[in-house]
Design a protein around this ligand. Structure first.
Ligand code: NI
Length: 181
């Protein structure tokens, strides 16, 4: 099989805004992509990564908050209750930290990397990370949760980021936010 070289896509890359499509059958290609995504996540010291962040518009995510690695295909939330608010960062939007309100407890349905059906219950941080990654599959980013005032403020930061992307080496993956997803 052809080697896939993946890199983390940065805000401004259209792949981050496209809606990803469902995986019809989990194959060796998906398993390879999921392994590479996990590698990128760990290299970036993140706790979650979605396929679009690696340039792939297919429904796949990886998550590891320190309790083990999840490699999920076609994840969808079937139940969500309660609420929590966290300061979230994103490996695709370096340097920004945005307060996001999400459900506190969720139930997910997904496939594992062999195509087996999974039911996953998560709460707190793990639930937050799953919701952030599933947002990526819909083309949604943390900047979309910012208040209008905050949006004006971050517009400048994003403009700077877009300019930097022209010179990838100069992108500083600043750890201004503890949570990188
Ligand atoms: Ni993210």
């Amino acid at each position: 099989m052809e080697e896939i070289a993946l890199r983390i896509r940065i805000f401004g890359d259209p792949v981050l805004r496209k809606k990803s499509s469902a995986v019809k059958k989990v194959t060796a290609r998906h398993r390879e992509a999921l392994s590479k995504m996990a590698q990128l996540m760990y290299e970036g010291e993140g706790v979650g990564l979605a396929a679009p962040q690696a340039g792939i518009n297919e429904n796949m995510i990886v998550v590891d908050i320190g309790e083990g690695l999840y490699k999920l295909v076609n994840p969808r939330i079937v139940k969500a209750t309660g609420s929590q608010v966290n300061q979230e960062g994103c490996l695709s939007v370096p340097g920004l930290c945005i307060k996001v309100k999400r459900a506190n407890k969720i139930t997910l349905k997904a496939l594992d990397d062999e195509g087996k059906s999974l039911d996953i219950k998560a709460e707190g941080l793990l639930a937050c990370v799953f919701q952030h990654e599933i947002d990526h599959l819909k083309g949604k980013l943390i900047v979309d949760y910012a208040s209008l005032i905050k949006k004006i403020e971050i517009a400048r930061a994003l403009k700077r980021l877009k300019d930097q992307v022209k010179d990838e080496e100069s992108i500083k993956h600043t750890k201004s936010c503890k949570l990188q997803l």
